[in-house]
Write a protein that binds this ligand. Sequence first.
Ligand code: SF4
Length: 228
Amino acid sequence: MQASATLSVNETFVSIQGEGGLIGAPALFIRLDGCPLRCSWCDTPYALAGDSGEQMDVQSLARLARHHRHVIITGGEPLAQDIKPLVDALQASHVTVETSGTIFADLPGVSLFSISPKVGSSGYRPKPAVLRKYCKSAAGRMQLKFVVADERDRVEALELLAMLGDELPEETPIILQPESASASAHGRYEEHLRELTEAVLADERWRAYRVRVLPQLHYLLWRGAAGR
Ligand code: SF4
């Protein structure tokens, strides 16, 4: 981790939050550069290498965030850098951190950890030990967001939830979101969304959780255009 008040930033932009419980909320996005993973369907391949970011100081980023009710710190994997100074500087806003759930960070100033555990089709496995730490430290301010490409992803998501058991705070939203990168290549996004919805309705195991099936709204609106 870097230990400084500058961060490697891939891009900043204003858009709507397209995913999860805050779907539709206007927000400033701060996309940090670099990620240790290489998910098969990653929709931000330009933000992975960690060598294309602009070094920006935290105070400049905080100035950009003025008058924004919501700020989304995303990536890449934002927790690959030390974001505590940035989170501390953004306390006038609701701060979401979008992370893969492979790195733990104890950050009380984060309003919402949007954790996307990696299952089957991503090419990775979730890290229950890391997720258990979030369950303890971020109860009431976390959501689990599963990107689902196929049945194996649904099965592995349910297995993970069962593994977490009572350690998962009961109020935690469980977001199921159709994978968009490969689905869009075949023009099947809406069909994929419908299939996921029907599969969840047909499987009573999901009823134990606060499940929501949601599309990526920014994908529906702009089909993955940069800066959206
Ligand atoms: S963790 Fe996120 S940013 Fe990193 S490779 Fe996977 S989808 Fe892309």
